[in-house]
Design a protein around this ligand. Structure first.
Ligand code: IMP
Length: 434
């Protein structure tokens, strides 16, 4: 494998919002293909360029680099109206995707009744704090063989028949007076919205297989993260796709041997949005401080994120699930100026024993208390670009963090801008970020 030919996956190791967008954006100039393979517009990647931030939801982060071809794989669910808004925003900033975007004809559409069903459920007792974007219902329809794929847009004469079964089920569920648009109105609006996209729809699997065989470098951009994975996350407080490594292969149609390296992204602390287990959560002024300094408010929904110390057991689980080769630790500078920094090394059970094993059932998370190891704080790491310049206390913290998940640090982010960060010498990232 030549170094310029590394096909790389970038995966979140916590509950999302780790800062994957910055890393993808940094790396994408070295790749010819940048690929999204799961999720939809529940994702929100903020990329900061020259102090200006651009929020992307469905468009792969490589959009800002004219040399990158952007692929939206079959595992993604797409809201075309939102996609159009993203394309318009990018065009207004001078980024045109014409000729370098391909959307899978097998990717599923998010339709208005999916959003209505998501919101209806979230108004009830079983709410899990979704983003309200219709993600769960879109994937349900896919699994229930009632989904509508981008390829169906190329057959407008059968579109209403494709949409009808799922639409009827939702209408029955929501009842009269739900305010749901008529099927005809949904079909008409969809055909209008879809028109500018028709020329972008195609065979992404074939495109990627050819690109791989040709020797293109491919960057796979994960959305959400392992603890939100429908199988390996904190079910049922998860999203509806496989955000961990398996989803990359089903979501693109590429075989595992097309992938060379896996970079896991984690913040130097932990956050989560929505309901669900989170033993590391700080309910005090420290949690508020992390939220304020780290600007921990959702890119997609604006919701305040729950904040806590770095949770080694969940991150170690994510590293093992994904076979992570190296860590990118983000937002270390948010911990600057604290007297003490905590690291969750295990969970104390009701019986008083300490475990690092994650429960499979939501009920078993109840009563687990975070076991915190404390480290001396440091003054500032902001903008440091050589890890040897880090304060000794920050180095000690990072060493303990890497040891606790048994994966070395390959990249460290020390601020929001592109140049604020350190690449660790001797790691597989060094030639890619040199
Ligand atoms: P859904 O994906 O909208 O169905 O939401 C399911 C759960 O995943 C909720 O707890 C959301 O807050 C969470 N979630 C979905 N996408 C993201 C993301 O990109 N970052 C963080 N949390 C997310």
């Amino acid at each position: 494998m030549s170094l310029t030919r590394t096909n790389l996956a970038i995966l979140g190791l916590q509950w999302g919002d780790e800062g994957k967008g910055k890393v993808v954006d940094l790396l994408s100039p070295r790749f010819q293909q940048v690929v999204r393979f799961q999720g939809g517009n529940n994702a929100g990647h903020t990329v900061v360029v020259d102090g200006q931030s651009i929020a992307l939801h469905q468009v792969p982060s490589g959009a800002l680099h004219p040399g990158c071809f952007l692929v939206v794989g079959n595992g993604v669910v797409l809201n075309l109206e939102v996609f159009q808004q993203e394309l318009d925003r990018l065009r207004a900033r001078g980024f045109d995707l014409a000729g370098r975007l391909l959307l899978s004809d097998k990717a599923h559409l998010i339709l208005p009744h999916h959003i209505a069903l998501d919101l209806w459920r979230e108004g009830g007792a079983n709410k899990i704090g979704t983003t309200g974007r219709g993600i769960g219902p879109a994937y349900e329809m896919k699994a229930g063989r009632m989904g509508v794929r981008l390829g169906d847009l190329l057959h407008p004469e059968t579109l209403a028949d494709r949409i009808r079964p799922g639409y009827e089920e939702v209408r029955l569920r929501l009842g009269e007076g739900s305010g749901l648009s008529s099927l005809e109105a949904i079909v008409d609006a969809l055909l209008r919205t879809a028109e500018p996209f028709l020329s972008f729809i195609g065979d992404t699997q074939g495109h990627l297989l050819t690109a791989w065989e040709r020797g293109d470098s491919i960057l796979f951009e994960g959305a959400q993260a392992t603890l939100l994975d429908i199988d390996h996350g904190t079910y049922p407080f998860v999203t509806s796709s496989n955000c961990s490594l398996g989803g990359l292969f089903t979501g693109t149609g590429l075989p595992p041997k097309a992938l060379d390296r896996i970079l896991g992204i984690a913040k130097a602390y932990t956050t989560r949005v929505g309901a669900g287990p989170f033993p590391a959560e700080l309910h005090d002024a420290l949690g508020d401080r992390l939220r304020e300094v780290g600007r921990e408010f959702g890119t997609t929904t604006g919701r305040p994120r729950r904040c806590g110390w770095f949770d080694a057991p969940i991150t170690a689980h994510a590293c093992r699930t994904n076979g992570v080769d190296g860590l990118a630790i983000m937002k270390l500078d948010v911990l600057d100026g604290l007297d003490e920094v905590g690291l969750i090394v295990g969970y104390r059970t009701g019986e008083g024993t300490v475990t690092t094993k994650l429960p499979s059932c939501a009920a078993d998370w109840k009563g687990l208390k975070a076991e915190v190891k404390r480290f001396k704080g440091w003054a500032s790491t902001r903008g440091i670009t050589d890890h040897r310049q880090l304060p000794a206390e920050a180095q000690a913290y990072l060493e303990a963090l890497a040891e606790s998940v048994e994966v070395p640090v390959a990249y460290l982010s020390t601020g929001p801008d592109r140049h604020e960060g350190c690449v660790y010498p001797g790691t597989f990232l060094e030639p890619l970020l040199a």
